[in-house]
Write a protein that binds this ligand. Structure first.
Ligand code: 4NP
Length: 163
């Protein structure tokens, strides 16, 4: 089982959108028994809350289920539990790295580092910009490339056989 955690600041806009979209893609490819998905925020202001209405609206527009999304704050133990911790921007990544345990299991990466040809490196925060479509488009590219990466790196052995 490969475990993936998406992280933003509040866990109500970007990372729950990524969680829902990635889960959707994983399901579409029939990989739900091999890849587990979750999201969290570095901040605690919105713990227990559902996603922002802008995130819910755009997920609905693309018929992506928002079922079960509820904000939580990242914990130190997440770094020992997850294989990939995917930050929405470099500030989030820095804050996650401050929680680093002695021998963390997780690879901590920025989502758009999986998209080499994109202009921006950080997913803009729609809590401030209000532009959920821009975020959706960027997160979609990131999620697709991340899934390809996991499929080739973690799910397929050296001889090309499924792990
Ligand atoms: P997110 O957006 O990190 O994409 O969930 C934010 C949500 C809430 C706040 C900041 C960013 N806030 O300051 O409450």
């Amino acid at each position: 089982m490969v475990k993936v955690l998406f992280v933003c600041l509040g866990n109500i806009c970007r990372s729950p959108m990524a969680e829902a979209m990635f889960r959707h893609e994983v399901k579409r490819e029939g990989l739900e028994k091999k890849i587990q998905v979750d999201s969290a925020g570095t901040g605690d202001w919105h713990v227990g809350q559902p996603p922002h209405h802008g995130t819910l609206k755009i997920l609905e527009k693309y018929s992506i289920s928002a079922e079960g999304l509820k904000a939580r704050q990242i914990q130190e133990r997440d770094l020992d539990e997850f294989d990939y911790i995917i930050a929405m921007d470099s500030d989030n990544k820095r804050n996650i790295e401050m929680l680093k345990t002695a021998y963390p299991k997780a690879k901590i990466e920025v989502l758009l580092d999986f998209v080499p040809d994109v202009q921006v490196k950080n997913v803009p925060d729609p809590y401030y910009t209000g532009n959920f479509q821009e975020v959706f488009d960027l997160v979609e590219q990131g999620c697709k490339n991340l899934l390809d990466h996991i499929k080739t790196t973690d799910l397929i052995g050296k001889e090309g056989h499924a792990k």
